[in-house]
Design a protein around this ligand. Sequence first.
Ligand code: SF4
Length: 180
Amino acid sequence: MARKLTVATCSLAGCFGCHMSLLDIDERLAALTERVAFDRSPLTDIKRVSDGVDLGLIEGGVCNEENVETLREFRRQCRVLVAVGACALTGGVPALRNRFSAEACLAEAYGGGATLAAPLRPGDPELPRLLDKVYPVHELVAVDYCLPGCPPPADAFWELLTALLDGREPRLDYALRRFD
Ligand code: SF4
């Protein structure tokens, strides 16, 4: 029997909408499991990526120090890395904070503004520190493919996965690489 393609998926600063869109390939998931073995992923609840995974799909921008560590480890372990969705490609919605300093964002969220009666900033040293801004993944690691969209359509995931399984370049027609 042919070896299965190993696939890991991971989310940084995102909303998991891209993962939901992957699940939208619906009943084709059953066919996929004949040829694909999922490694680290919310789909398997495996927390750490194994050595030498064939394909990694990463969703979300890079907003804190933990994201940086996770992304670098994920890149090291995945032979082919795909940046999935607007947040991974550009920072997306989380990058709306880039117009302000991290300190100003923390002050607004926890400093007793419109939603808090008194300042209540979380101080646990285990909480990852915010970066100065939200970065797209390609600014920190090399990326092999991009799937644009918010989220990319399910058929774009299907085309990418089946192309890599068949050993051909993915053909992402206009409908599959929209940016809205
Ligand atoms: Fe969510 Fe859109 Fe970002 Fe994907 S690209 S994580 S769907 S906000």
